[in-house]
Design a binder for this molecule. Structure first.
Ligand code: FES
Length: 142
């Protein structure tokens, strides 16, 4: 499906990933507008239910972007987030979905270019997978 434009939700921690996204913007490093950023105080605040809700509401891909390992401002929020991402991947597999629709990423505040590159690569990956089962069901119902 060549003209498929995925909806992607990125939960970004305020301290690192969001700042990296902001840096990409100020340096005019572009990344796909498919990626909708939700700023959270720490990725430790992102629970499995938030990831499932985003998918249920029609996101074709979801990722959690936090600080580098050992740099979480709330000690180990990014470790908990990574565990939630892994558990959702297993749940998606059980449901027959591609687990690659969910990912964990880590950035420092200065990694604007890397943030943009990762957002672009993730968008391309989701484009290749096609619409999520929820998106497909919704578009058939319309
Ligand atoms: Fe960034 Fe916790 S503050 S992941």
């Amino acid at each position: 499906m060549s003209n498929f434009e995925p909806e992607i939700v990125a939960f970004c921690c305020h301290y690192c990933a969001y700042t990296a996204a902001d840096m990409a913007g100020t340096r005019r490093i572009s990344y796909p507008s498919n990626v909708k950023i939700i700023r959270v105080p720490c990725t430790g605040k992102v629970d499995a239910i938030h990831l499932m809700k985003a998918l249920e509401k029609g996101a074709d891909g979801v990722y959690v972007a936090g600080c580098l390992e050992g740099d979480c401002h709330f000690k180990d929020g990014n470790v908990h987030a990574a565990a939630h991402v892994e558990s959702i991947k297993k749940t998606l597999e059980t449901l027959g979905w591609e687990p690659e629709r969910v990912a964990m990423m880590r950035f420092s505040a200065g990694m604007g270019e890397k943030f943009a590159q990762a957002a672009t690569e993730f968008t391309e990956k989701i484009k290749a997978l096609g619409p999520s089962p929820v998106s497909q069901a919704t578009s058939k119902a319309v």
